[in-house]
Design a protein around this ligand. Structure first.
Ligand SMILES: *Cc1c(COP(=O)(O)O)cnc(C)c1O
Length: 219
């Protein structure tokens, strides 16, 4: 993998209003630095501990995004620095994010992860659950956290039509929510295998890992 060329390619070809989140989970700091030197500043991780170690050792102008499922007891470790939490899926988690952000005197943004795929294994909530969170008095009183959009993961399949229809659905839900919640500006959808289909449906953030850094080795 030529990380420098990959970053350059995405920076040149993605529409200007789409942000590239380089998913660096399992990859060493040297790989992240190569992407950084090619101009990349937004990196995404799916484990709080791994992300925190990287934050400690890498340039401080990197914007760190948590894209994985978050356990409440881990929020405090990333509260000092995390920029965006992509997979908020409960009011309880949001309460903890707000509490820890307040301690750090920060405002932490989040996205609600909607379930758009069929598989049971995918995390995420329904539209009704999202509405319930956004309209709750508890959320509306929070001063240190703000939901700024939606995230979704399509079914893992090479059936493009299926993926396309899931993204189209998420985009429609996003548009509806945006009418009611003007803070909604971000739609995080699209990964290495399907980001081209997400682009067709006006994604604002693509989360690309293996096509930048190569396949991941999990021990
Ligand atoms: C790992 C991961 C990605 C990136 O996956 P690739 O297929 O390697 O691009 C994107 N989003 C989430 C939530 C992930 O966990």
């Amino acid at each position: 993998m030529n990380i420098t060329n990959n970053i350059k390619k995405y920076r040149e070809t993605l529409p200007k209003n789409v942000r590239l989140v380089a998913i660096s989970k399992t990859k060493p700091n040297s790989d992240i630095m190569e992407a950084y030197e090619a101009g990349q500043r937004i990196f995404g991780e799916n484990k709080v501990q791994e992300m925190t170690e990287k934050w400690e050792n890498l340039p401080k102008d990197i914007e760190w995004h948590m894209v994985g499922h978050v356990q409440r007891n881990k929020v405090k470790y990333m509260a000092p620095y995390v920029k965006l939490i992509h997979a908020v899926d409960s009011l309880k988690l949001l309460k903890e994010i707000n509490k820890q952000a307040k301690k750090e005197d920060r405002i932490i943004s989040g996205l609600l992860q909607l379930k758009i795929a069929e598989e049971d294994s995918k995390f995420g909530i329904t539209i009704a659950e999202a509405e319930k969170i956004l309209t709750s008095e508890v959320y509306q009183k929070m001063e240190n956290t703000k939901i700024v959009g939606l995230m979704g993961m399509a079914t893992f399949t090479d059936n493009d039509e299926k993926v396309r229809s899931e993204f189209r659905y998420l985009k429609k839900v996003f548009d509806d929510f945006q009418q009611k919640y003007p803070a909604f500006t971000e739609l995080s959808m699209g990964m290495s295998g399907d980001y081209h289909l997400a682009l067709e449906n006006d994604t604002t953030m693509v989360r690309i890992g293996s096509k930048i850094f190569g396949e991941r080795n999990y021990q």
